[in-house]
Design a protein around this ligand. Structure first.
Ligand code: ADP
Ligand code: ASP
Ligand code: MG
Length: 401
C-alpha cells in the first residue's frame, strides 16, 4: 500500500463540477489501495478577492488580520471537497492547517513551516479515512493563524509528503506538466518529461509560478518524489527529480518575472563604504535586492543601480530618501515597468555560446538589454516590461524551435 499526497490548485477546485472531478481523482487513488492525503487551495480567485476586500477596508491592514482573512479561502474548499467525497460513499475528513499540525514561524503572510505534528492526521488515516488538509496555512507559537505566502499550498503539500514519508506527491494543476516556458504565454512551449530539482528551483525563483519555490527547495532537501500533472486530463505529467539522464539540453526553460523595479542612485561618491551603506539599509528593512550594477567611477562619482520586487519598491525608496547622507546621494531614479527574463539550464555553464545566442535573439527582436546577471545555471536580463512576452517567444524560438 502506497501513501500519496495529492494537491489541487485554485482552478482545479473552482466550482461544483471541478470539485466533483477532483473527488473522482482522489477516490480512484483510494480505490487503487492507496492511503490518500489531499491538500487544497482556495477556489478560483478567492484569495485575490479577499485581498481586494481587505484593501477596500484599510489600505494598510495588519498582516495578522490578513492571515485570518486569507486562510478562510482554503477552509471553504476543504469542506466542500470533503462533502463531494462523502457523496461518493467514502469515509473522509477535512482538517484546517492547524488541525493537521502545521506549526510555523510567527512571520505573518510569509511564514515558514517549523514542523508538522502528524499525529491527528495519522490517526484519521488509521481509521481508513481520506484526509483533506487546507493548504497555505498554519499556526504559530502564540496560537495565531499564519499563511505561507502566495502560492504556498504547494509547500504545504510537499512538507506533508516529507513529514509522512509519502511515496509520491502529486501537484494537480491547470496545465499538464512543466513546459520549456509558460504555455499560456509561449504557444510552442514544449512539455518536459522530467526536470531536475535545481533547474526547477531556479525557474520558480525567477518567476515561473507553476510551483511555489519553497516547495521545490523542500522536495530537494527531503528527496520527495514530486510530479506536476493536470487535474483535467488523465495523462502523465512532469517528474521533478534529483538527477535526470536526459539528452544534453543546454537550456531547459525560459521564464520571466514582471514583479521587478529598478532603483538607480546617481552620483554616489566613488569611495569605499557606500555600497555597504546602501545594501545594509536594504537588508535592515528586509528589502529583497536582486541584480546589482555599479558603473565605473567617473572621477569622484559613480552610479549604483539594483532591482527589488515592485511590491517592496515604495519601502525601499522611502528608506533611501530618509538616509541620503549615509548613501551619499539624493538623486534616486525609479522604474517600475521592468521585467527580468531568464534562461535556465544545468548544461549552460560549460558553454559560453549560450549567452551570445541569448543576446543575439534579443537583438533580432529589437529588445534593449538594461542589465545582465549570470550564474552557473541561468542568465537573466532586465528589459522593458512591455517587451517581456516578445522576449520569451524570441528566446524560445532561438533555443527550442
Ligand atoms: P494552481 O492554482 O494550480 O496552483 P498556478 O496558477 O499557481 O496553479 O500555476 C499554474 C500556472 O503556471 C499555469 O497556468 C501556467 O500559466 C504557469 N506557468 C508558468 N511557467 C510555467 C511552466 N514553465 N510550465 C508550466 N506552467 C507554467
Ligand atoms: N490560495 C493561496 C493563493 O492563492 C495559496 C495557493 O493557492 O497556493 O496564493
Ligand atoms: Mg499555485
Amino acid at each position: 500500500m502506497s501513501l500519496i499526497v495529492q494537491k489541487f490548485g485554485g482552478t482545479s477546485v473552482a466550482d461544483v463540477e471541478c470539485l466533483r472531478n477532483v473527488a473522482k481523482i482522489v477516490t480512484n487513488a483510494k480505490k487503487n489501495g492507496n492511503k490518500v492525503v489531499v491538500v487544497v487551495s482556495a477556489q478560483g480567485e478567492t484569495t485575490d478577492d479577499l485581498e481586494k476586500k481587505a484593501f477596500e477596508i484599510n489600505e494598510k491592514p495588519s498582516k495578522r488580520e490578513m492571515d485570518v482573512l486569507l486562510s478562510s479561502g482554503e477552509q471553504i474548499s476543504v469542506s466542500l471537497l470533503a462533502m463531494a467525497i462523502e457523496r461518493l460513499g467514502f469515509s473522509v475528513i477535512s482538517l484546517t492547517g492547524w488541525q493537521a499540525g502545521f506549526k510555523t514561524e510567527p512571520n505573518h503572510c510569509n511564514a515558514r513551516i517549523k514542523k508538522i505534528d502528524t499525529s491527528r492526521l495519522e490517526h484519521e488515516m488509521d481509521l481508513n479515512k481520506i484526509v483533506i488538509v487546507a493548504g497555505f496555512q498554519g499556526i504559530d507559537q502564540f496560537g495565531d493563524i499564519t499563511t505561507l505566502g502566495r502560492g504556498g499550498s504547494d509547500t504545504s503539500a510537499v512538507a506533508l509528503a516529507a513529514a509522512l514519508n509519502a511515496d509520491l506527491c502529486q501537484i494537480y494543476t491547470d496545465v499538464d506538466g512543466i513546459y520549456t516556458a509558460d504555455p499560456n504565454l509561449v504557444k510552442n512551449a514544449i512539455k518536459l518529461d522530467s526536470i531536475s530539482f535545481d533547474e526547477m528551483l531556479e525557474l520558480t525563483t525567477l518567476g515561473a509560478q507553476v510551483l511555489h519555490s519553497r516547495s521545490v527547495e523542500m522536495a530537494k532537501r527531503y528527496n520527495v518524489n514530486l510530479e506536476v500533472l493536470s487535474s483535467f486530463e488523465n495523462i502523465p505529467g512532469t517528474k521533478i527529480k534529483e538527477k535526470i539522464s536526459m539528452e544534453k539540453l543546454l537550456v531547459r526553460g525560459i521564464t520571466k518575472d514582471d514583479d521587478t523595479s529598478r532603483i538607480a542612485l546617481l552620483n554616489v561618491p566613488n569611495r569605499p563604504g557606500f555600497a555597504y551603506q546602501i545594501f545594509s539599509l536594504m537588508g535592515k528593512y528586509d528589502v529583497n535586492v536582486d541584480v546589482i550594477l555599479q558603473s565605473i567611477g567617473r572621477g569622484e562619482a559613480k552610479d549604483v543601480s539594483f532591482t527589488v520586487p515592485t511590491s517592496q519598491m515604495k519601502l525601499a525608496v522611502e528608506v533611501l530618501e530618509k538616509n541620503t547622507d549615509a548613501i551619499g546621494t539624493d538623486k534616486i531614479q525609479v522604474t517600475d515597468s521592468i521585467s527580468k527574463v531568464s534562461i535556465v539550464g544545468a548544461g549552460m555553464h560549460t558553454n559560453p555560446g549560450v549567452a551570445a545566442k541569448m543576446f543575439e535573439a534579443l537583438y533580432d527582436a529589437e529588445i534593449n538589454i538594461q542589465m545582465i546577471s549570470t550564474s552557473d545555471i541561468k542568465i537573466s536580463v532586465l528589459i522593458d516590461q512591455k517587451y517581456s512576452d516578445r522576449a520569451l517567444n524570441a528566446l524560445h524560438e532561438a533555443f527550442f524551435e
